[in-house]
Write a protein that binds this ligand. Structure first.
Ligand SMILES: O=C(O)CCC(=O)C(=O)O
Ligand SMILES: [Fe+2]
Length: 264
């Protein structure tokens, strides 16, 4: 039943997925991997820039705001020009599925960006030891709720209404490990405050609490989305070959005055 919160839409053909993955591999000068752990991102990521182990960084951390906006300004045009059809496919599919106008707020925030687990083109292969270590893990991320809208108050302030408690999270699978991949999902703890309280709990507490999560398999070419602060994590437990890659497009949205503003 937790998995009922998640919807999956087939939006890209195998050829379109192949074209997008070839393009992202050719843009490897823009891949970043702050922890040297084979988890790369491409684009401006609010969830990565504005949050640390204590939650949202202080709004007076101008260095952090400047960094995000400088990545946005340099990467948005590159992403927009290289993945024009893909972004339009995502936007129009969400618009139909959600029944309200959807648009990218790319003048103000990052476009949905790529998350890549696997070797860079230069690295070619994942070290066998890394693949074996990942296979043993239950999750390839921690359980969390998404609240990447939090640092962008100055953007949301231009609207009368911004529905943060029903905010959108979406993931488009472009390439997956041969043995598959997906998302583990659990309850929605409630509003932003309840979600942040959940995120602040130590992993040991999460483990005690979450005994009945459900797995949602991903399929390449499918856009998976949910609204609200649904607890989730990147599922582990899958076999990883040293030449596997998990390449996804990650984005978010907030419905403001009747339209969905998409960003990352
Ligand atoms: O890659 C996924 O399946 C989900 C990633 C995620 O939860 C996130 O980026 O917040
Ligand atoms: Fe997430």
């Amino acid at each position: 039943m937790y998995r009922d919160a998640v919807t999956s839409l087939a939006i890209l053909s195998p050829q379109a997925c192949k074209q997008a993955t070839d393009t992202i591999l050719s843009l490897d000068q823009h891949w970043v991997c702050p922890n040297n752990d084979f988890f790369y991102t491409v684009g401006a990521f609010s969830a990565r820039e504005f949050f640390d182990k204590n939650g949202l960084v202080s709004p007076d951390r101008h260095d952090i705001y400047d960094k995000y906006h400088s990545i946005r300004a340099s990467l948005n045009p590159i992403l927009a020009s290289n993945f024009k059809d893909m972004y339009e496919g995502v936007r129009s599919s969400l618009e139909s599925a959600l029944g309200a106008k959807a648009l990218y707020a790319s003048e103000h925030m990052g476009l949905p960006g790529f998350q890549i687990l696997g070797p860079s083109p230069q690295q070619k292969l994942l070290p066998q030891a890394v693949a074996e270590q990942l296979e043993k893990l239950d999750g390839w991320s921690a359980f969390h709720i998404d609240a990447p809208y939090m640092p962008h108050t100055s953007f949301w302030q231009r609207f009368q209404n911004a529905d943060f408690n029903n905010a959108l999270t979406f993931t488009l699978s472009l390439q997956l490990p041969q043995s598959g991949s997906g998302l583990d999902v659990w309850k929605n703890p409630g509003d932003t405050k309840a979600g942040n309280t959940f995120n602040a709990m130590p992993a040991s507490e999460h483990a005690k609490l979450i005994t009945d999560y459900e797995f949602v398999p991903y399929l390449t070419g499918h856009l998976t989305y949910f609204t609200g602060h649904v607890v989730h994590r990147v599922a582990g437990r899958h076999q990883l070959r040293i030449d596997d890659r998990r390449i996804t497009l990650q984005g978010h949205g907030v419905k403001c005055d009747g339209s969905w503003y998409l960003y990352n």
